[in-house]
Design a protein around this ligand. Structure first.
Ligand SMILES: C[C@H](O)[C@@H](O)[C@@H](O)C(=O)CO
Ligand SMILES: [Mn+2]
Length: 595
C-alpha cells in the first residue's frame, strides 16, 4: 500500500467548541470539567471513526477555553481559522447564552450537541441557540439525544454518535471541495449538457474553480515526452502482466492490427500518467525541466471529453479513466482519482460526493435501459426473480467505471468496494482478473483503444446518484438506494449482447417504496434526470441528503427513510409534513453557500 499524501496540507480539521454558562463564582467553575470532557470525548470519537480519503485519521482541534461569551467565541474562531478548521461542532451540557456563544461563520457547517440531562439544561441552550441560528439565517444542525443521561455519564449515546458522524462526514466533504478545482480536459462531448462546465455552479455552490486544458495538451506531452519515462516502462510491464486483453468484436475489416493495438495500449498508459500529472502535478517533471507542468492543476476531479474529436483520431480514454478511478495501479493500492468520462462535470461532482463520503472508488455509468420482467421474459424466456423480480436497470458505459466495481473485494464474506487501506493485494488481483480489456468498437471509436469489460457481482448494497442543473431552479440531487443483482449467465449474455458487450455492466435494482418516483423500477429510470449516474458502495442516501442540505442543493427524489435523514434544524421551519418541499423552500431561501 502506498501512503497517499494527496492534498495533505489542506486537509480540513473538525473544530470543537465547548460552550458554557459564563457566570463565574460558582456556576461556570462547576461546569468546566464536564463541558471539556464532552469536547474531548467527541474529538477522540470522531478521529477514531473517520478518515480522510488519503487514509489519514481525521484531525480535530478543541478551542483553548470553554466558550462563555463573545470574547471566547472570537478566540476559538481565530484558532480555528489558523488551524484550517472546516467544520465545527459545539457541545454543551448546560445553559449558555445563545447569540453570545454561537458560531457565526456562515460557510463552516456547524452542529450543536446539547446534552439531554436534567441537572443542567443543555437542551434548553440547544433550542435557544438553534432559534438564534434560524433567526440570523445561519442554519445549524441540532443534536439532541433521545434518552436522558445522568450528568456523570460521559458516554456518547448511539443516536448521538450517528448524528455526529453523519454531520462530520458531510461537513468534511464541503470543506474538502472548497478551494479545489475541476479540470476540464477538452470541451463538450457529443452535446452532453453535463460537460458544459458551469462556472457559477462550481464557484457558488462548491467553492471550487474550474481549470481548462485542450486535449492537445495530451498530444504535446506524449510527443515531447513530458512524462516520467521510467514510470511508463514500469507501467507497461505491469499492464502486460496484469491486464488481460479480451476478444475483438469488430468485423475483420474494422479491426486494428496487432501492431496498432500495442501502440494504442502504450498511448493509453501515457494518457493515464499525463492526466494524473495534469490533475495533481508530479515532482518528476521538474527534474525533466518542466517546472510549470510539475505543479498540476490542484484538481480534486477531472473530466475527459474524448468523444468525439479525440476518439475519432486517437485511442479512447477508457483505460485511463477506468484505471485512475480504481483504487490501484502499478504504483500499488491508493486512493482513486475522480475522472469523469465524456467530461460530464456534473457526474464528476456526484462521484466526488460519493467518494469523499465513503472513501471508496465510484462507478460512473450510463443509465441505459429499464428491463421489465415481461421484456426480459420475451427476449430470454427467463422470469426475473429475487431482488430482480420487479425489473432491472442496466448501468453501462465505456470508460469511467472503477475496476473496484467488479465486486471482487470482500466485506464479511460478501462482494464490496472498500477504502483503499482495507483492500488487499489479492483483491486487486481478483478485480484485474475479472476485467478484460477489449479492443474498442471502432465504429464508435475510430481511433481504437481498449474498453474495460466486466460484470458486477450481485448483492452489493449500492446507491446511485446524480446532480442535475435546472435553469431557473439551480442544482438538484437525485438518489436511489438499491442493490446490484447477478443474472443467470445466459440471460446476462443475451441482454448484454444487445448493447455494447465490450463495456462494464452493472445490473441495478432500486429499493421501492411504493410511492412517487419509487413506486416501481420503471419510474426510477423514467425520473432519472440525465444520461449518467454515479454508483457508490453502501446505502449512503442519508449522508448524500445531509451533504446536499449543507450545500443548499434540494433533493428531488430519494428512497431513504425519513427518520434517517438529517438536515439543519431550520429546514423544519419550512414545513414538517412534506420534507421534500420544505427542502426546496429552505435551499431557495438560503441560496448557495458561497454566493
Ligand atoms: C459510444 C457512445 O457514444 C457512448 O459513449 C454514449 O452512448 C454515451 O455513453 C452517452 O452517455
Ligand atoms: Mn455516457
Amino acid at each position: 500500500m502506498t501512503a497517499n499524501k494527496r492534498f495533505i496540507a489542506t486537509m480540513p480539521k473538525i473544530g470543537i467548541r465547548p460552550t458554557i454558562d459564563g457566570r463565574r463564582k460558582g456556576v461556570r467553575e462547576s461546569l468546566e470539567e464536564k463541558t471539556l470532557n464532552m469536547a474531548k470525548t467527541v474529538a477522540s470519537f470522531l478521529s477514531e471513526q473517520l478518515r480522510y480519503n488519503n487514509g489519514e485519521k481525521v484531525q480535530t482541534v478543541i478551542a483553548d477555553t470553554c466558550i462563555g461569551g463573545v470574547a471566547e467565541a472570537a478566540q476559538a474562531k481565530a484558532k480555528f481559522d489558523q488551524e484550517n478548521v472546516g467544520v465545527t461542532i459545539t457541545v454543551t451540557p448546560c445553559w449558555c447564552y445563545g447569540s453570545e456563544t454561537m458560531d457565526m461563520d456562515p460557510q463552516r457547517p456547524n452542529a450543536i450537541w446539547g446534552f439531554n440531562g436534567t441537572e443542567r439544561p443543555g437542551a434548553v441552550y440547544l433550542a435557544a441557540v438553534l432559534a438564534a441560528h434560524n433567526q440570523k439565517g445561519i442554519p445549524a444542525f441540532g443534536i439532541y439525544g433521545h434518552e436522558v443521561q445522568d450528568i456523570a455519564d460521559d458516554s456518547i449515546p448511539s443516536d448521538v454518535q450517528e448524528k455526529l458522524l453523519s454531520f462530520a462526514r458531510s461537513g468534511l466533504v464541503v470543506a474538502m471541495l472548497k478551494d479545489k478545482s475541476y479540470l476540464s480536459i477538452g470541451s463538450v462531448s457529443m452535446g452532453i449538457a453535463g460537460s458544459m462546465v458551469n462556472e457559477d455552479f462550481f464557484q457558488d455552490y462548491l467553492g471550487m474553480r474550474n481549470e481548462y486544458v485542450d486535449m492537445t495538451e495530451l498530444t504535446r506531452r506524449i510527443n515531447e515526452e513530458i512524462y516520467d519515462k521510467e514510470e511508463f516502462e514500469q507501467a507497461y510491464a505491469w499492464v502486460k502482466e496484469n491486464c488481460s486483453i479480451g476478444s475483438d468484436i469488430n468485423s475483420a475489416e474494422n479491426q486494428r492490427t496487432a501492431e496498432q493495438k500495442n501502440e494504442d495500449l502504450k498511448m493509453n498508459i501515457k494518457m493515464m500518467i499525463i492526466t494524473r500529472d495534469l490533475m495533481e502535478g508530479n515532482p518528476k517533471l521538474s527534474e525533466l525541466g518542466y517546472e510549470e507542468e510539475a505543479m498540476g492543476h490542484h484538481a480534486i476531479a477531472s473530466g475527459f471529453q474524448g468523444q468525439r474529436q479525440w476518439t475519432d483520431h486517437f485511442p479512447n480514454g477508457d483505460f485511463m479513466e477506468a484505471m485512475l478511478n480504481s483504487s490501484f495501479d502499478w504504483n500499488g493500492i491508493r486512493a482513486p482519482y475522480i475522472v469523469a468520462t465524456e467530461n460530464d462535470s456534473l457526474n464528476a461532482v456526484t462521484m466526488l460526493f460519493g467518494h469523499l463520503l465513503t472513501n471508496t472508488a465510484q462507478v460512473f455509468a450510463d443509465v441505459r435501459t429499464y428491463w421489465s420482467p415481461d421484456a426480459v421474459k420475451r427476449v430470454t424466456e427467463h422470469q426475473l426473480e429475487g431482488k430482480a423480480e420487479n425489473g432491472i436497470i442496466h448501468l453501462i458505459n465505456s470508460g469511467s467505471a472503477a475496476l473496484d466495481g467488479t465486486g471482487e473485494q470482500e466485506l464479511d464474506g460478501k462482494p464490496a468496494m472498500k477504502p483503499f487501506w482495507n483492500i488487499t493485494e489479492e483483491e486487486t488481483e481478483k478485480c484485474l482478473q475479472a476485467t478484460k480489456w477489449r479492443p474498442a468498437n471502432t465504429e464508435y471509436f475510430r481511433g481504437g483503444g481498449f474498453s474495460s469489460n466486466f460484470k458486477t457481482k450481485g448483492d452489493m448494497p449500492v446507491t446511485i446518484a446524480r446532480l442535475n442543473l435546472v435553469k431557473g431552479l439551480g442544482p438538484v440531487l437525485q438518489v436511489a438506494e438499491g442493490y446490484t443483482v447477478e443474472l443467470p449467465g445466459e440471460v446476462h449474455e443475451i441482454l448484454n449482447n444487445r448493447t455494447d458487450p465490450t463495456w462494464p455492466t452493472t445490473w441495478f435494482v432500486p429499493n421501492l417504496t411504493g410511492e412517487g418516483a419509487f413506486r416501481d423500477v420503471y419510474s426510477v429510470m423514467n425520473n432519472w434526470g440525465a444520461n449518467h449516474c454515479s454508483m457508490s458502495y453502501g446505502h449512503i442516501g442519508a449522508d448524500l441528503i445531509t451533504l446536499a442540505s449543507m450545500l443548499r442543493i434540494p433533493v428531488n427524489m430519494h428512497n431513504v427513510d425519513e427518520e434517517k435523514t438529517f438536515r439543519p434544524s431550520a429546514w423544519n421551519m419550512f414545513g414538517t409534513k412534506d420534507s421534500e418541499s420544505a427542502d426546496y423552500r429552505a435551499c431557495q431561501t438560503y441560496g448557495p453557500l458561497y454566493r
